[in-house]
Design a protein around this ligand. Sequence first.
Ligand code: CTP
Ligand code: CA
Length: 225
Amino acid sequence: LGRGVREPDLVGRHVVVSAGGTREPLDPVRFLGNRSSGKQGYALARAAAARGARVTLVAANTGLPAPAGVDVVQVGTAVQMREAVLKAAADADAVVMAAAVADFRPAAYATGKIKKKDGQDPEPVTLIRNPDILAEIAADRARPGQVIVGFAAETDDVLANGRSKLERKGCDLLVVNEVGERKTFGSEENEAVVLGTDGSETPVPHGPKEALAETVWDLVADRLT
Ligand code: CTP
Ligand code: CA
């Protein structure tokens, strides 16, 4: 095998990857969303397929073309993503939550477009919590030995925040990105540290999202039984 070409070490495995960012509708024309491009999740899906896995990619609002040989399930909201991820995870060997899931959604959905009223201030938007998909699948594993990976974008105290998030979520690995003005969102490159519940800390130098994807699958493959 040449440089950068991995062993087909995921043959016979089913892996689930979530990608993109959920959109939480306010009315038929408006939503609360985020800037996730979905590129990291797509790179993970492509890399897993190249290593021989059957891949289910749960994609939220990415607008990206389906990678060859990958089953794509399109979703819009966090609630829809939860349903699709739980379903696909039922027989999965590993689940990687690369999606940016909205923490909150509007408490009410207006079935008609919200209109301005003359001389009146707008109604405040009340938000409610969305389900935490990662914490749920980690707490209630669909099969023993299933490897679960989360992603976190942090601004300050990146490692300390990452460690406590890893513990809070109950997953096996957490990929921690440092975000800033020009970092990560929509970019082709990434820099991260992958934290493991075994105390491991794997730095991934600044580079293409494909390289981070390969490191994630290396760490997952090490943990598969
Ligand atoms: N995640 C999830 N469901 C949610 C929110 C987040 O599955 N409702 C997953 C993301 O896909 C990611 C991981 O949890 O893999 C961490 O997301 P992050 O937003 O960093 O974590 P939160 O617990 O929401 O913490 P914060 O308050 O810092 O946003
Ligand atoms: Ca969050």
